[in-house]
Design a protein around this ligand. Structure first.
Ligand code: GCB
Length: 592
């Protein structure tokens, strides 16, 4: 599926803005046919945004169940005889959509796009009513998982990941039109042959009997550098300007479907020419070893929750540059496509993660200890869960495969990984990822509960990604003991002969809290904690990256381990630096 574009042959209309909105705790809307008329007793809601923090009402914030959104849009008269498509960049965690009275699509998974060809249900010049029934409940067959518990005061949604279950329509919604003959997918892979770039392309299209495919590659100045006909083929670029960390150079591949001399459909696909390879304990981009610096991030903002916001996108990337980060992980779900596009352009390296987080009954919301369930069992995470998880991997890769910034797939964060059930659950999922993308390494993020020697899933990964909190959750406040224990474990992992990226290490830090003895929660402790970690990393050759947890403070469910959310941010939620930001900048910015 391609992201809708405005080109010389296609047109898109944004449906962002204020929609009608209503919670449906009784689940009555569908049988009452709320999609077939103006939504009864509605209020207004912003799109894109999470709905949770917009109303000044705790019952809205904590709501789970059915949620209705409705808007209307005019189909331009000029779209007569053209293909018309309704496209959601995401809806969290699932949606069913009607156009007027007709149900046109359903989608499971809160962070990947979905669309329906609605040509047969609409007429040009007509006003459409668009209704989306969103549902934000998490259960054992959703990714991420959760459970509804029956308590004396009513049902409660429980889940085991450490961030608030924001929901709603978080990203753009588009109505767009193309010719009936149109491109449906483009796949790009790139290679280097000395100083020359090699670009393989494959175009999929519909209604193509009497059309020819042509591709034109242009450099960043707009000069044609290669052209070719055919639905798939190879382009060679002499003296290529490579895409590299810190140098987000992009070519533009214009794909055209031609009927005679007429371009009936066209799409602009940006292309960064680079290679990614794991070689022993090195992670190579264009044959050069990369040392990852950066963060695990979140999509998490005041008021709009997980809604995408362009101003914060730019500001966050400015801060990444300021601090000297060359990378981040899309912890713990696929981020908005605008983020990936911008990372491509900025030369920021991405570890791209699915929403499989919280598949571990050994911990929940920052708390270690049994959560009262068995992770993998016929009643809990089971074969059906794995199929949903597999689909989430396929959709992530289908969406992000052409981004040069994406160099590594993470198929899960901190799942249970030290049991036979885990091994059986995960082995086929690595195959799913490799089948969907044979060009990039694949891994998963290992948790402290499955240390070296105990983990049964790491064997399947090309890279080891480790989250460790020595000096925080264990050896709290005792950095000397933490340093010893951490190095000991890391030496074990290093013996595996794979590159190791430390995908999380961090200490909760209350901004403005200080102490001379650097005690936990103070800004001084965060600095000393990071210093200790860096000493350990610098002694282990196989460590090829450090991503601090977290870029910024973020919202979680409430609990005794959280003070107004997770405070491990190096920046506060409103992006002010803690002392650690300056310390990291001194370590990461080689140019200062
Ligand atoms: C982790 C999780 C992350 C949490 C973090 C913490 O290991 O991957 O989602 O927020 O620990 O702060 O406890």
């Amino acid at each position: 599926m391609l992201r809708p574009q405005d080109t010389s042959t296609s047109e898109r209309k944004s449906l962002n803005g204020l929609w009608e909105f209503r919670l449906d705790p009784e689940g009555e809307g569908q049988s009452a046919g709320w999609f077939s008329r103006p939504l009864p007793d509605s209020r207004q809601m912003a799109v894109p945004a999470s709905f949770n923090d917009i109303a000044a009402d705790a019952t809205v914030r904590d709501y789970f169940g059915d949620i209705w959104y409705q808007t209307s849009v005019w189909v331009p008269r000029s779209w007569q005889g053209r293909r018309i498509v309704l496209h959601f960049e995401s809806a969290t965690h699932r949606a069913t959509v009607w156009v007027n009275d007709v149900e046109v699509m359903s989608h499971e998974g809160g962070y990947t796009p979905f669309e329906a060809d609605i040509t047969n249900h609409v007429a040009a010049g007509e006003q459409l009513r668009i209704t989306a029934l969103i549902n934000n409940t998490l259960h054992w067959q959703s990714i991420p998982p959760g459970v509804i518990e029956d308590t004396p005061v009513g049902n409660r949604q429980r889940y085991w990941h450490d961030f608030f279950n924001y929901a709603g329509i978080h990203r753009n919604v588009w109505l767009y039109s193309t010719d009936l003959t149109h491109i449906t997918d483009i796949t790009i892979t790139t290679d280097l042959d000395g100083e020359n770039g090699v670009i393989e392309y494959a175009v999929e299209a519909e209604g193509v009997e009497d059309v020819e495919t042509r591709v034109i590659l242009r450099d960043a100045e707009g000069t044609d550098v290669a052209t070719r006909t055919g639905a798939s083929g190879t382009l060679r670029v002499p003296n290529v300007h490579k895409w590299a960390p810190g140098d987000g150079y992009l070519y533009d591949l214009e794909v055209q479907l031609l009927r005679g001399d007429t371009v009936v459909d066209s799409y602009h696909q940006s292309v960064g020419v680079r290679t990614v390879r794991v070689d022993g304990i090195r992670f190579l981009i264009n044959g050069e070893p990369l040392y990852f610096t950066g963060f695990g991030k979140h999509e998490d903002l005041p008021v709009i929750g997980k809604g995408h916001n362009d101003a914060y996108l730019l500001h966050d990337f400015e801060l990444l540059k300021w601090i000297g980060a060359n990378s981040f992980r899309t912890s713990h779900y696929p981020y908005a496509e605008d983020v990936l596009d911008y990372a491509d352009r900025q030369g920021i390296v991405i570890i791209d993660e699915t929403a499989a987080v919280g598949l571990n009954m050994g911990l929940g919301g920052g708390i270690f200890g049994g959560q009262g369930y068995q992770t993998f069992s016929p009643e809990t995470a089971n074969d059906a869960t794995r199929e949903v998880h597999a689909q989430a991997i396929r959709e992530l890769i289908a969406r992000d495969k052409n981004h040069p910034s994406v160099v590594l797939w993470s198929i899960a964060n901190e799942p249970e990984s030290d049991t036979e059930g885990a091994e059986k659950y995960f082995q086929p999922l690595f195959d799913v990822a490799r089948q969907a993308d044979p060009t990039r390494p694949v891994g998963f993020v290992n948790v402290m509960l499955a240390p070296h020697g105990k983990c049964r899933v790491s064997q399947f990964g090309d890279v080891l990604m480790l989250n460790r909190y020595y000096g925080w959750y264990v050896n709290t406040g005792d950095l000397a003991a933490a340093e010893l224990a951490w190095e000991e474990e890391l030496k074990g992992w290093a013996s595996e002969g794979k590159p190791i990226i430390i995908t999380e290490y961090g200490a909760d830090t209350y901004p403005g809290l200080h102490s001379l003895d650097a005690s936990p929660w103070t800004e001084e402790y965060q600095v000393e904690y990071l210093d200790m970690n860096h000493r350990v990393f610098d002694r282990i050759d196989a460590v090829v990256g450090e991503q601090v947890w977290n870029f910024a403070d973020f919202t979680t469910t409430s609990g005794i381990m959280r003070v107004g959310g997770n405070k491990k941010g190096v920046f506060t939620r409103d992006r002010q630096p803690k002392a650690a930001a300056y310390a990291l900048r001194r370590r990461w910015r080689k140019d200062l």
